[in-house]
Design a protein around this ligand. Structure first.
Ligand code: NAD
Ligand code: GLY
Length: 375
């Protein structure tokens, strides 16, 4: 039996992102893609809609998606954009707008993002802006999108000058995360998504971190019930962070743990060598090191973080050959810089994080000082 048709293992679970009249459900389970139409019908009455996806995902999951929507009475149009981060672009956005306009998609007709974070961010931004806002649904098919990007309403596209430079906060009406889709994901993408799961454990959930330490091999073997538990826990954490600080006035930036140096590493290696999660792993090991150097956390805490990341098979060393000045400049270009200082997320102990103001020079100096491994 093909992996994508495996029977459900656990009952679906439903969480809610509590945002008053913009609250929305997150449905998590194996096989829930086939319930998409029925779940959407509980939120919006059947009408025209547009599924935005890419050829890689379409080949595996589009037929099931369209069938589920049609059976519930929706009339879906499909819009395919090419696969890849380079297509999270204004050009893809124009393609989507043009198709929506040609099909006379109305203001009440939802867009459905079927794919990973690239499709989710792009579709969400198209929804935020087309006709000044149409509803949209996230159907995340990567681990990263299920635990992070599909929840919370950050949408946007990249510009040649940098990632995510154009965007909007715009919440979906529904998230349907089918755990079974992870079975067809390349292992490298699974590991990159797991880095964000480890991040939630480090900053906010010591029990989750312990579960990962105890079960990482089973998780890497794609045990569906464990994966469902991970996705549920991460979505619950993210839903709570978003409820408390939807527009990242302060607390939500705790989710940037590992991302300050991670983004710099991605930029300085031309977005080619690392997947986002892989670069964040380098940044997380570095953030643990910086926290230990500043006496905010123990050597043992740093060891546990680096150790768990390495057990996924990742190399967490800062890539050789980067100069202090280049790292400092890349870090200084981040959206989160205030008066030349970076609001850097440090760890105090597993499950507890705090902000520290750090200069980009200090980050650059410490990053090139030996590898990020525990000395
Ligand atoms: P992605 O969307 O590029 O997907 C990775 C690859 O997996 C692609 O080739 C995709 O076609 C393929 N794929 C997707 N689902 C599959 C499946 N089930 N089986 C086989 N192949 C599949 O990458 P991603 O890691 O999901 O997302 C990265 C993007 O998410 C970045 O653009 C990043 O900026 C964004 N992001 C957004 C937020 C947010 O809060 N909005 C948070 C984190 C990341
Ligand atoms: N991925 C970080 C956030 O959503 O805030």
């Amino acid at each position: 039996m093909p992996a994508e048709q495996l029977p459900p293992t656990e009952a679906p679970e439903v969480l809610t992102v509590e945002l008053g009249d913009r609250s929305y459900p997150i449905v998590i389970g194996s096989g829930v893609l086939d319930e998409l139409g029925q779940r959407l019908k509980q939120v919006l009455s059947p009408r025209g809609c547009a599924v935005v996806t890419n050829p890689t995902v379409a080949k595996i999951y589009l037929a099931r998606t369209l069938r589920s929507l049609r059976e519930a009475g929706f009339a879906p149009l499909t819009i395919e954009v090419p696969d890849g981060e380079e297509h999270k672009s204004l050009a893809s956005l124009k393609l989507i707008y043009d198709r929506l306009a040609t099909a006379k998609i109305e203001r009440s007709s939802p867009l459905i993002a079927l794919g990973g974070g690239v499709i989710g961010d792009l579709t969400g931004f198209a929804a935020a802006t087309y006709l000044r806002g149409v509803p949209y649904v996230q159907v995340p098919t990567t681990l990263l999108a299920q635990v992070d990007s599909s929840v919370g309403g950050k949408t946007g596209v990249d510009l040649p000058a940098g990632k995510n430079l154009v965007g909007a906060f715009y919440q979906p009406r529904l998230v349907v995360a089918d755990i079974g889709t992870i079975l067809t994901l390349p292992r490298r993408e699974v590991v990159a998504g797991l880095v964000e799961v480890i991040k939630y454990g480090v900053i906010l959930d010591a029990e989750l971190f312990l579960l990962l330490e105890n079960e990482i091999e089973r998780i890497l073997d794609l045990d569906l019930s464990r994966l469902q538990e991970l996705v549920r826990r991460c979505c619950a954490i993210k839903a709570d962070v978003v409820r408390r600080d939807e527009r990242e006035a302060d607390f939500r930036s705790i989710l940037n743990f590992g991302h300050t140096l991670g983004h710099a590493v991605e930029t300085l290696t031309g977005y080619k060598r690392y997947l986002h999660g892989e670069a964040v792993a380098v940044g997380m090991a570095f953030a643990a090191k910086l926290s230990r150097v500043r006496n905010l956390c123990s050597v043992d805490t740093e060891r546990r973080i680096v150790g768990l990341l390495q057990r996924t098979g990742l190399d967490v060393a800062v890539p050789a050959g980067l100069e202090v000045a280049d790292i400092a400049a890349a870090v200084g270009g981040d959206k989160k810089v205030e008066n030349g200082r970076v609001k850097f997320v440090c760890v105090e102990e597993i499950g507890r994080a705090r902000f520290e103001m750090v200069t980009s020079q200090e980050i650059g100096r410490l990053a090139v000082q030996g590898s990020a491994e525990v000395e």
